[in-house]
Design a protein around this ligand. Structure first.
Ligand code: MRU
Length: 317
C-alpha cells in the first residue's frame, strides 16, 4: 500500500505530488512552490480524487501562509481549481480557522483514518466469495492514502470476502485502467479491467455481486455526484438487483446542497475525448439517492431516507 506521504506531502517551501497523469507507466514527482501552482496541479489532475484534492488545497494554503502570500487570493485560486468535489471547499474552510502546516497535515491524517474506518464499515456489507465492481479510482491515490471504495474492497479482501474485482476502465482519462488497476496489483487482489460499456453485460451474466464507488459530493438527500458513468452503473445495478454502495468520508457531504440538481458538474476539455471531432466531456454525473443501497461514511452505514440518516459535518453544517 502506498504511504500517504508518497501520494502528496508538504515539505519546506513546496508541496510534492506523485504525478497521477503518468501512472502506471512512470512514478514521477511534481513539486509546487506557490498556491497557484498547487491549484494548477489540481486543475490538470496531477492530483485528483475528492479527498486528495481537499488535502492538496490544505497544503496549498499552508504553503501560502509560510511564504507570506495573500491568503484570500490563495483561497480563491485553489477554490476555483475544480468545481464538483466539495472536499476542496471543505478543506479550504477548515484552513481558514488555522492555516498552519500542522493543521494541513492533521487534515491529511484524518482523511486517511476516515478511510480506514469507512472501509471497515463497508466490509460488513460484503458476502463471502463476492465479485466486486468499481468505477474510476477511489483508492489511496484519490484520498491521500488507503482509499474509500478501493479501501472497502481491500478491507473485504483481507477478510477473505472478495474473489475478484471488475475495474471499469473509466473513459476518457482511464482512472480505472491506470490507477485502480495499479493499486489492486500492488495489493495482490485479483482483478480484470473491463470497458465501461461491458459493465451491464457482466451484471446480466450474474458475475457481479456488489458495486462500490466513491463520491465527489453528496447532497443532503443522498443524491451523489461521482465520475461520469456512475449513474449508468447504478441504473444497471437496480435492473440486475446488484447492491450499489457509495463509500465516502463526511467531508464529501454537502449540507448546503439540498439535492443533486444543485451540484455543479465539471465539463472538461473536449480534446480529452477526441481531438478530431466535436465532443462533450462532462466529468461527473449524479446518481439519485433512490438507486443507492447505502452510503458508508466513517460514522457507519447510512440508509434511506438519507435526509434523516446522513451525518452533516461538512461545509455549511
Ligand atoms: O476526475 P477525478 O479523477 O478527480 O474523479 C474522481 C472520482 O470521481 C472519484 O470516484 C471520487 O473523487 C471519489 S475519490 C475517493
Amino acid at each position: 500500500m502506498l504511504e500517504p506521504e508518497r501520494i502528496l506531502r508538504l515539505e519546506v517551501g513546496r508541496v510534492v505530488f506523485l504525478d497521477q497523469r503518468r501512472l502506471p507507466t512512470e512514478e514521477v514527482d511534481v513539486a509546487c512552490t506557490t498556491a497557484a501552482e498547487v491549484a494548477d496541479a489540481i486543475r490538470t489532475m496531477v492530483v485528483r480524487g475528492a479527498p486528495a484534492i481537499g488535502v492538496a488545497a490544505a497544503y496549498g494554503i499552508a504553503l501560502a501562509a509560510e511564504r507570506g502570500e495573500d491568503l484570500s487570493e490563495a483561497d480563491r485560486v485553489l477554490r476555483t481549481s475544480r468545481p464538483t468535489a466539495i472536499n476542496l471547499m471543505w478543506a479550504l474552510d477548515e484552513m481558514k480557522r488555522d492555516p498552519s502546516a500542522e493543521h494541513a497535515r492533521q487534515i491529511h491524517r484524518d482523511e486517511v483514518e476516515r478511510c480506514r474506518q469507512m472501509s471497515a464499515h463497508a466490509s460488513t456489507l460484503v458476502k463471502p466469495g463476492s465479485r466486486a465492481m468499481t468505477h474510476c479510482n477511489a483508492g489511496g491515490l484519490a484520498t491521500g492514502g488507503y482509499g474509500s471504495a478501493v479501501g472497502a474492497i481491500i478491507a473485504s479482501f483481507e477478510q477473505g470476502l472478495i474473489d475478484h474485482v471488475w475495474v471499469d476502465e473509466t473513459r476518457p482519462l482511464l482512472q480505472g485502467a491506470r490507477l485502480t488497476a495499479w493499486e489492486l496489483e500492488h495489493a495482490g487482489i485479483p482483478f480484470s479491467v473491463i470497458p465501461d460499456s461491458a459493465a451491464a453485460a457482466f451484471m446480466a451474466r450474474g458475475e457481479v455481486d456488489v458495486i462500490f464507488t466513491g463520491a465527489d459530493r453528496i447532497a443532503r438527500n443522498g443524491d451523489t455526484a461521482n465520475k461520469i458513468g456512475t449513474y449508468g452503473l447504478a441504473v444497471n445495478a437496480k435492473h440486475h438487483t446488484v447492491p450499489f454502495y457509495i463509500v465516502a468520508p463526511t467531508s464529501t457531504i454537502d449540507p448546503a446542497t439540498a439535492d443533486g440538481s444543485g451540484i455543479p458538474i465539471e465539463e472538461r476539455d473536449q480534446t480529452e475525448v477526441t481531438a478530431r471531432f466535436p465532443a462533450r466531456n462532462p466529468a461527473f454525473d449524479v446518481t439519485p439517492a433512490g438507486l443507492i443501497h447505502a452510503i458508508v461514511t466513517e460514522q457507519g452505514v447510512h440508509r434511506a431516507p438519507y435526509g434523516d440518516t446522513l451525518p452533516l459535518s461538512g461545509v455549511g453544517a
